[in-house]
Design a protein around this ligand. Structure first.
Ligand code: BGC
Length: 353
């Protein structure tokens, strides 16, 4: 196991970004950058043993700084949407920036995904890198001085784990996720509609309309195209005449993952690339998973000049439910002052012959 660090170019402000390569015993490796604490590369063997990069992204820091698709980034302080860009904590109202119609998406234009995080620790033994970020009181409109750490680790059995830790001096929202887009056939292999995907969720949180704010219901997936419990080809019903899919242009919904209990990690989803045979298993201790099929990708110029089109990657963003800060029926994403935020999500790769 080993970790190597190199330059990843300069940010617009002239600061140096870095890339860290974590390699395991099998020769599989991942690359992460301090810019947005983003996951840049996940190189795993396909069924012929050929290393295949299964995440979409850019070649240089500049792409991550300018991009609009959140490739591989850590999203914070709150991922997903907040209705009318407004929250209330302890009876006080805080106004965030509306950047998705009247709503707030991924915390607004000044997201953590464009910030240069600090290097907290490189652990050669554990094959991990930890990034740290200070988000002051009032940052993005949120209360509380928040300090966060995100640790990426690659194990010898091809598991990429992401641990999130944080604490604040005032009650605040903390709902971090990773926004990697996966294509298990390879990041430049086009549509993911032939991938097989299973999500262990018997219910999802339907959205009101294309603004994508949940209605508050927990709706059964039974007899709908949202039933991914047993697994199916992503494209099978993605364009079905079904309101929830039509209004988002495909899957872009939060699934209510089975077996949620604070602090307990369980497998919530599985996927397989049809051509590479590469498989992925997602585990988390969080209650929800936004399954997003890259419906809004539209010509981003990525790695090696490859152009990403609609549905060329899918995201599995583990999270507290969208708009949960404003919805009393949902598990709260509010972190109390002095308490520690601690969650983890992992992606374990394998191959099916
Ligand atoms: C959202 C999509 C959004 C995308 C932006 C996802 O988390 O669910 O609606 O377009 O992020 O890349």
């Amino acid at each position: 196991m080993s970790v190597y660090k190199r330059s990843f170019g300069l940010t617009a402000a002239g600061e140096s970004a870095h890339i860290y390569r974590l390699e395991n015993r099998n020769g599989s490796y991942i690359e992460v950058t301090d810019l947005g604490a983003s996951l840049v590369t996940v190189a795993m063997p396909d069924r012929d043993g050929k290393l295949t990069d299964v995440v979409l992204g850019y070649d240089q820091a500049e792409g991550y700084e300018r991009g609009d698709a959140y490739f591989g980034a850590v999203i914070g302080r709150n991922c997903n949407r907040i209705e009318r860009a407004r929250i209330q904590i302890n009876g006080r109202t805080y106004q965030l920036t509306a950047n998705d119609g009247e709503n707030n998406l991924h915390s607004g234009p000044d997201g953590y995904e464009r910030r240069l995080w600090g290097e907290q620790e490189v652990d050669q033994q554990r094959n991990s890198v930890t990034f740290a970020l200070s988000s002051p009181d009032g940052d993005q409109g949120f209360p509380g001085d928040l300090r966060i750490m995100v640790r990426y680790r690659l194990s010898d059995d091809d598991e990429v784990s992401i641990h999130y830790m944080g604490s604040s001096d005032a009650d605040t929202v903390v709902n971090l996720t990773n926004h990697s887009y996966f294509n298990l056939d390879g990041q430049d292999q086009g549509s993911i509609c032939d991938h097989w995907v299973a999500i262990n969720a018997r219910a999802f949180t339907p959205v009101r309309d294309s603004g994508a704010i949940p209605t508050g219901e927990i709706l059964s997936v039974g007899d709908t195209p949202m039933d991914l419990v047993k697994g199916r080809r992503v494209g099978m019903e993605i364009d079905a005449d079904y309101d929830q899919l039509k209004c988002m242009g495909g899957y872009d919904h939060n699934f209510v993952c089975e077996g949620y209990r604070k602090g307990r990690t369980r497998v919530v989803a599985r996927a397989r690339g049809p051509r590479s045979g590469i498989t992925m298993e997602v585990a988390t201790d969080l209650p929800g998973l936004q399954f997003y099929t890259g419906n809004f990708l539209d010509g981003q110029v990525g790695k090696g000049g490859h152009i990403y089109h609609r549905r060329d990657g899918f995201c599995m963003e583990t999270q507290y439910f969208p708009n949960s800060v404003n919805d009393e029926g949902f598990e709260t994403p509010v972190l109390s002052a002095g308490k520690t935020y601690r969650t983890m999500t992992s992606y374990r790769f394998g191959v099916e012959r």
